[in-house]
Write a protein that binds this ligand. Structure first.
Ligand SMILES: [Zn+2]
Length: 348
């Protein structure tokens, strides 16, 4: 039933209905967290690998989405499922940063859709995004993961557990297929520090506060509604730091905290509601980052190789705020990146 309704729409919007049929998951790929009648966070349900959250801003005549997800298939699912909220056309896409899980769905949008991102984001996506270390580090293992899951499904004798594994296999093998279709395209409109869209009665600010999670993270801020779409510049439960400028990031977050927001739709994790919630949580993230930066600097000055430093760093004192920090050790990519940033500073 669902497919018979959605497919003709997809065919009109994107063409490629056969592909869409293959890749449209049986249950919705998103749950929409309502902020107001015209503002939503689009969070993945697990039926499909969508990679990151997206934001949905429904204006008088058109729709702006914040981030385009991890693959063209995921972006198509987003565009399709947004039709359960509105029949207005998607006219704007903001890429909060260049990372694959926020920007590799860009290609599904027609040429007249404005894809907005920082100058740095355009540079990265117009460069060689499929050879970015972050992209490769997250995707090179996918075929092996699919094979391992296939073996696990075959070996599992408990029917309930086998069903769970089979669901994971289906999601992961659909993702492996979807990756083959990716042809990254860069933003066609760039921002350096600030851009404002006035759509009907709404003001939409696209803001850059300095380097952080990457060299060019923008956030989307609605001053009247006091809603912030923060991308990965701020995620409530700590995110990937392998492309970051950690010391600058802490300062950039000081600027972000000055915004008067009451709701945050982050790039990953749940939507935060309440004026205290977001601001306080940014402070916890900054405290973690300051500690990480100090510990890694100390280990580097002692001549500890980055991979060993990654095992030694102990941030368990932050586990009241971040429950995952149960044992010492952090992502080796984050530590390697901090070493790189320190060395770059020293060369200047
Ligand atoms: Zn990211």
């Amino acid at each position: 039933m669902r497919r018979t309704v959605l497919l003709p729409l997809l065919a009109v919007v994107f063409g490629g209905a056969t592909l869409a049929l293959m890749q449209t998951p049986a249950r919705p790929a998103h749950r929409f967290t309502k902020v107001t009648d015209t503002l939503y966070g689009a969070l993945g349900t697990g039926a499909m690998n969508v990679g990151s959250n997206a934001g949905v801003i429904i204006n008088d005549k058109d729709v702006l989405i914040v981030d385009s997800h991890i693959t063209p298939a995921a972006a198509r699912a987003l565009a399709t499922e947004i039709q359960t909220l509105t029949d207005k056309p998607i006219r704007y896409v903001v890429n909060t940063h260049f990372h694959f899980d926020h920007a590799h769905g860009n290609q599904v949008f027609p040429d007249d859709v404005l894809i907005i991102g920082h100058e740095f984001t355009r540079e990265k996506l117009a460069g060689d995004p499929l050879n970015e270390p972050s992209f490769k580090s997250f995707t090179s293992g996918v075929p092996a993961q699919v094979e391992n899951l296939r073996k696990d499904v075959a070996a599992e004798t408990d029917p309930a557990k086998q069903k769970t594994l089979k669901d994971r296999l289906d999601v992961q093998s659909a993702y492996a297929d979807a990756l083959k279709e990716v042809k990254p395209i860069p933003p066609n409109v760039t921002v350096r520090n600030k851009m404002t869209l006035f759509r009907g009665g709404r003001e939409i600010q696209i803001l850059f506060f300095g380097r952080g999670h990457t060299g060019g993270d923008v956030v989307v801020f609605l001053p009247r509604e006091k809603v912030l779409f923060s991308g990965d510049l701020f995620v409530p439960n700590l995110g990937f730091m392998g492309d970051g400028y950690l010391d600058e990031w802490i300062v950039t977050l000081d600027e972000l905290k000055k915004l008067d927001f009451e709701t945050v739709v982050p790039g990953h994790g749940e939507v935060l509601v309440g004026s205290a919630a977001g601001h306080e949580r940014i402070g916890f993230v900054q405290a973690y980052m300051k500690d990480l930066w100090a510990q890694v600097n100390a280990l580097k000055s002692q001549g500890v190789p980055p991979a060993d430093a990654a095992k030694k760093v102990d941030l368990t004192s932050h586990k009241t705020q971040f429950a995952q920090l149960t044992a010492p050790g952090v992502d080796a990519r984050a530590v390697a990146r901090i070493y790189q940033v320190i060395d770059e500073r020293a060369r200047r």
